[in-house]
Structure formats: C-alpha cells, structure tokens
Design a binder for this molecule. Sequence first.
Ligand code: UT7
Length: 333
Amino acid sequence: MEKIRAAITGIAAFLPDYILTNEEISRMVDTSDEWIMTRVGIKTRRILREPGKGTSDMGAPAVEELLRKTNTHPDEVDLIICSTVTPDHPFPATANIIADKVGIKKAFGFDLNAACSSFLYGLSVASKFVESGRYKKVVLVGADKMSSITDYTDRTTCPLFGDAAGAVMLEPTTDPNAGVIDEILHSDGYGRVHLHQKAGGSVKPASHQTVEAREHFIYQEGQAVFKAAVAAMADVAVEMMHRHQLTPETLAWLVPHQANNRIIEAVARRMELPREKVMINIEKYGNTTSATLPLCLWEWEPKLKKGDNIILATFGAGFTWGSLYLKWAYDPK
Ligand code: UT7
C-alpha cells in the first residue's frame, strides 16, 4: 500500500488592524526604537484592541478565508485543532468556538498548548490523524492574543509580542514529493522557571493579590531563554538536515519561530543558509507565539513551489522545541 502523508493544501491568516509602533511603546515604558530594533528586530506588531474580542475572533476569520481558498464546505471538515496559549477561556476549547463561529458542525476539535512550539506540535499531531487514513480534511489554527497576557509596564517583555492567527488545511496525499516527511520534537519541563505565567492556573488561581502582583502576565528571564533557544533550535534544524541529506542548496526555506532576529540569524548561520532562504517577518508582527509559522508560510505562499524542501523550527516556554521537514504540495495559484 502507498504511504499516506499529510500535505498542506491551503493557508490563510488574520491580522488585527491596530498597529502598535516602537514609538508608542517608548511612550509607555523606558525603551527606544533603536534598542528594540538592535536587540530584537521588531518595528511594529498588530494588536486586537476591541473589548470583548479574543483569540477565536482572529482564528475564525482565518479559517473562513481558508475554507474559501480551498473551496471547502464547513461540513467537510473532520477535525479542527487550535494551537494557542491564550484560549478564549480556560474551557471550553477555542477550537470548538472557532468551529461554531464558522459553521463547522461535523468535526471534533481540541486545543493544543506547547507555548511558542504549539503550531509545530500541532502540525505533527494533525499529520498523524491524516496519515491514519481516517480523516480527510484537518484544519490547524495557530492563534494568539498575546496582548491579553502582556504587561505594558514591563519593558523587558512588552515590545516583544503581537496578536495574529494563521490556519492551514491538511489533506492526505500519496505523492512522495509532497507533505510532512519528518519531525524532531522535544520538551524539558525544567525550563519552565525561565518563562511562564505565574497565576491563573490551578497552582495559583486568580485573586486580588495575584492581580495586584501583576502575575497574570508573561514572566521571562530573557537571556536564559535566548541562550537555550539558539542552541536548541539550531541543533534540531541541523539534525533534520543531516537526517535527510539536505544541504543549503537543496533546502528551499527555513521557517523559524519569530522571537528574536538574532536567534533566527544564529540558527541560519549554523545551517549555513543564506538569508534569502529564511522567512523573516518579525519586524512587522513581532512574536505572535502560535501564529508565527503560519504567518510566514502565508506571506511567502506566492513564492512557494511544489516539492520545495522546507524546515520549520521553533523554541518556546516549557521548554518546548523542535523541527519539522515538509515538502510543499502546490505551485502558486
Ligand atoms: O518565543 C518564546 C521564546 N522567547 C524567546 O526566544 C526570547 C529570548 N530572549 C530574547 O530575545 C532576549 O533575551 C530579549 C529580547 C528578551 C532581551 O534581549 P537581551 O539582549 O538578552 O537583553 P538583556 O535581558 O540582557 O538586557 C540588557 C539590558 C538590561 O540593562 P542593564 O542591566 O544591562 O543595564 C535591560 O534592563 O537591556 C535592558 N533592557 C532594555 N532596555 C531598553 C531590557 N529591555 C529593554 C528595553 N529597552 N525594552
């Protein structure tokens, strides 16, 4: 029997309208465009500002656009997975809320949280459902409203994050020149001390004290995370190249998690890849956590060709990290 692989057959994204600039952030905290550009590489990020709107309000339009682009009726979708660290509510799953908003009624859905590696883990999980042969159309959404957990009085974290959503359709293929080929996934819970949200979970439920102590926001020890991210992302990306005898010539694209331009450059250097083969849009959107990878693929979609060898690589809280190798499944439309 021919091997079934999961191929990305369409991609869509949603970006909120509001553009938060470095100039505006410099009026909130003691920072500057120069510091943020030199140390991180971000100029602007999008923010979902409308009160009462959450992650599903970005995921739903991304999925609607995906269904339109792939000519899919909502009833055809078998499964919807939402990768996110900022769900609309602790429960139920944001995947179900997105499904309801776009009229997907015959699918089952769940959320997946692996911090900044959520979309990469999601691609791995979604692929397994497709590879089983039982599920024909799987929607994977990567969406985060990072502004809901960002402390705009903390200069060490507030310039870094933005809001966005991206969605892909995964379908079975037996074409050996298309689909998800391999993945390397890791996690190490010890790393949680360096990057987490202190309150709001079962260990420390919300209380007046937790709110006053600003414990519902991102806590990050930047340097420790930076060092771990460079080493881990580069290791798994290079290991993937070796495993499949990929060279800087035969690899078409690196799609790295967009947390810091310096991390991306260091990973590309270890892979000996020229900058033209690295998808980088951190300058415009910042770190959108679960949405960084689909936002890159979406922006670069017009340049992607069938059979392109692509490595995705991430690093995030947990720690979680990994790389995934796929062959792009279609030519520009
Ligand atoms: O996506 C999830 C995974 N997250 C990451 O991958 C993020 C990894 N970490 C990083 O990207 C970087 O560590 C940061 C961008 C968070 C920070 O950059 P850094 O070069 O590691 O800076 P630092 O934390 O070592 O701070 C250097 C200095 C400090 O001042 P002193 O102690 O040297 O006087 C900070 O207080 O920069 C100061 N600083 C700032 N100055 C102006 C920190 N944030 C700012 C700021 N503006 N926004």
